[in-house]
Structure formats: C-alpha cells, structure tokens
Design a protein around this ligand. Structure first.
Ligand SMILES: Cc1ncc(COP(=O)(O)O)c(C=O)c1O
Length: 362
C-alpha cells in the first residue's frame, strides 16, 4: 500500500508494481491451472459473474443465440444478471433444476441442449453451492456443452482454496473467483477467461485487462489475493481434512442435541466447511438472533436489502417447503474454527432451539 506506482504507468514506480502484480497473476494462474493471461482481475466475484453472464450473452446475441442457461441454485450475482438480461436485453432465461440433494439435473440440461443448442449463448453453473456446499458435476456439464460449442462459465467462488480446481482439466470457458472467500481481502476477484476469447466489457476506459475490465489495478489487494492463494495452497489438504473433521463433529453434536434436525446435502459430495441444517418448528431469523446473542454467528439463506427474510431459493429448489426452508440455518467453518467451537455450539443451540420453538408457538 505504501508503493503508489500505477502498474500501467511507464515510470519506474509503476514498472516496479507491475512486476509484482504480474507475479501475483502468475501464482494465481498456477493455483487454478490456467495461463496467466487468462486471469482478468475484477473488484469482486460479483463483478466476475456479471462480466461472464452479460458478456457471453452479448457475444452470443451477435450470432443469434439469446438463451441464458443457469442452475436454480446460483448465487444472486448470476441469477440477477440473467434476470437483468431478460428484462433489459430480451434474453430468454432457462433455469435447470436440482435434485433433493442439491445436485444439478444433468438430464434436464442434456434434454435442453439436444433441442435448442443453437440458441444457447451461455451455460453458467456454479462449482459448489454457497448455502449447502454441494459440489456440482462441472466436468459433465462441459461434456454436454462441448459438441455444440456452447460457452460454459462456472462460479467457483466457494470452491477456490477448498477443493482442487483446474480450469484446464475442467475444460471451462470461464470461471469466477473471489479473494475474500479464501483468506484474501474484500474487494478483489478474478474472471478466468479462455485465451483468445474476448467478451464485451461492462466497464470502459483505460483498456486494462484485455480491454475487458478497464480501471486502475488495485495492486495492494491483488498482491494480498496472491499471498492468500499461496498460503492456502501450502497446507491445502491438511487444513481441509481438519475442517471437515470439525464439521463432522459439529453435525454429529447438533443431530444428537436436536434429534429431529437434518443436514441438507449430507448424502452427496460437499465442501468441507459448510453445514446447512433444518430445525423443524423454528424460524431461522429467530435462531440467528438468539445464537448471535450467545456469540455464535450463523446465516440464513438470503436476506433482501430491506432486511426481510425470504426462504432460500436454494432450499426451495431442493424441494423444501416455505416453512422448512425458513427453519434452516447455515454454519461456516474455516481455518480459525476450533475444537471447542464445535463442542460448544451444539450445547448452546439446544437451549436456543427450545426458546425459538417456544417463540414460534406464540
Ligand atoms: C457462490 C458465490 N458467488 C459469488 C459471490 C460474490 O462474491 P463477492 O462477495 O466477491 O462479490 C459469493 C459471495 O458470497 C458466492 O458465495
């Protein structure tokens, strides 16, 4: 932060920062197995998602493709970008459903591609879900799209740093990353975009990042992003094994203390650090407030900007009713979670659930 050179400037101060910035680009590229020139730095995962969905739509529109395909469980950065294209640009948006475990229905996608391949501008399906942690079959999605040359984008914001992620092996056209989900700072992300393939930009100006993302580089944040990446790749598997074992203890503890609760997505492959649990007879916002009071942070599916809780679109897509979706909360575990945290939380939850159920009866 002390070195103020603009990496796009030709003077020595700028060149010096540029060198470090390109080093950061290279180390992030190694971590996700892509070419350094395929990394386009953005200000967030949200921006990377918007750039991909809108960019591929505009590119496809030029050749008569106006269908945007997303899964029903995408983050709002994808869902709302697609809806914006529908309202403002005449896109047709098709949502692919998921099964009761939260895994995208490949049969539905295959059927759609067999009927309408020539109309599809982009398929965007996340690598893993932020509410349940459920990992999606991205290789298979790419396999289905490849014969029809349909670009496939994947929001890998939650997967990066938690499960192995290879842009090249997955065969993706584009992939979104965000630094703050893997130990880096808030306010920096990246769109990994296949070499030689450009999309129309959202931001115009200085022409940085292949003219796809204009704006002066946020060099300190980008360097911090790379530092977090190298830190996370150092002890990647050890840390994940530890987090997964803590998660299992937390889940076992909760299921023992609240026997009629159940974990969403527990029967399929999941990220190590997410527990999404339904506790019948409670309201998730009551649970959240009571837990917060006890110093335990949890999340509910989603909250609109007015602060009114809505049932999670992810859980609804998995077959939950409004009532059961509203009785679900999510705990996230990370590098700083301890044995005593996962031991203590179920104990606290027991009394919180009793109070929340009482409140629900009133
Ligand atoms: C799956 C997923 N995509 C996108 C985002 C948005 O990333 P950012 O917070 O960097 O805008 C998030 C953040 O919660 C996420 O979980």
């Amino acid at each position: 932060m002390a070195r103020l050179g603009n990496p796009s400037s030709l003077h020595a101060f700028g060149r010096e920062v540029r060198k470090d910035l390109e080093g950061a680009r290279e180390s992030i590229a190694v971590a996700v197995d892509c070419h350094p020139s395929e990394i386009i730095f953005t200000a967030s995962g949200t921006e990377a998602d918007n750039t991909a969905v809108k960019g591929f739509y505009w590119k496809g529109q030029g050749v008569g493709r106006n269908v945007v395909v997303v899964s029903a469980i995408e983050h709002h950065a994808i869902l709302d970008s697609a809806q914006w294209l529908k309202v403002h640009e005449g896109a047709e948006v098709i949502e692919i459903g998921v099964d009761r475990h939260g895994v995208v229905l490949l049969g539905e996608l295959e059927d759609l591609i067999s009927r309408r391949a020539d109309e599809i501008a982009v398929i965007s399906i996340m690598s893993s879900n932020n509410e349940t942690g459920v990992i999606q079959p991205i290789e298979k999605v790419v396999e289905l799209a490849r014969p029809a040359s349909i670009p496939v984008h994947s929001d890998a914001v939650q997967s990066f740093g938690k499960i192995p992620l290879s842009f090249n092996s997955l065969g993706l056209t584009a992939m979104s990353l965000s630094a703050h989900k893997m130990g880096g700072p808030i306010g920096v992300g990246a769109l990994v975009l296949r070499k030689g393939l450009d999309v129309p930009a959202l931001l115009h100006g200085g022409g940085q990042e292949r003219d796809i993302r204009s704006g002066t580089f946020n060099a300190p944040a980008i360097l911090a992003f790379a530092a977090a990446v190298s830190d996370s790749s150092l002890d990647f598997s050890d840390r994940n094994t530890r987090i997964q074992s803590l998660r299992d203890k937390l889940e076992d503890g909760i299921l023992e203390c609240v026997p009629d609760s159940y974990v969403n997505g527990s029967e399929v492959e999941r990220l190590p650090g997410i527990v999404n649990i339904t506790i019948p007879g409670t309201e998730s916002d009551t649970l959240q407030l009571l837990l917060d009071n006890e110093g335990i942070a949890c999340s509910t599916g989603s909250a609109c900007s007015a602060g009114v809780q809505r049932p999670s679109h992810v859980l609804l897509a998995m077959g939950h009713t409004d009532v059961t979706a509203r009785s679900s909360i999510r705990f996230s575990l990370g590098a700083t979670t301890t044995e005593s945290d996962v031991h203590e939380a179920p104990r606290v939850l027991t009394s919180v659930v009793a109070r929340a159920r009482m409140a629900n009866l009133r």
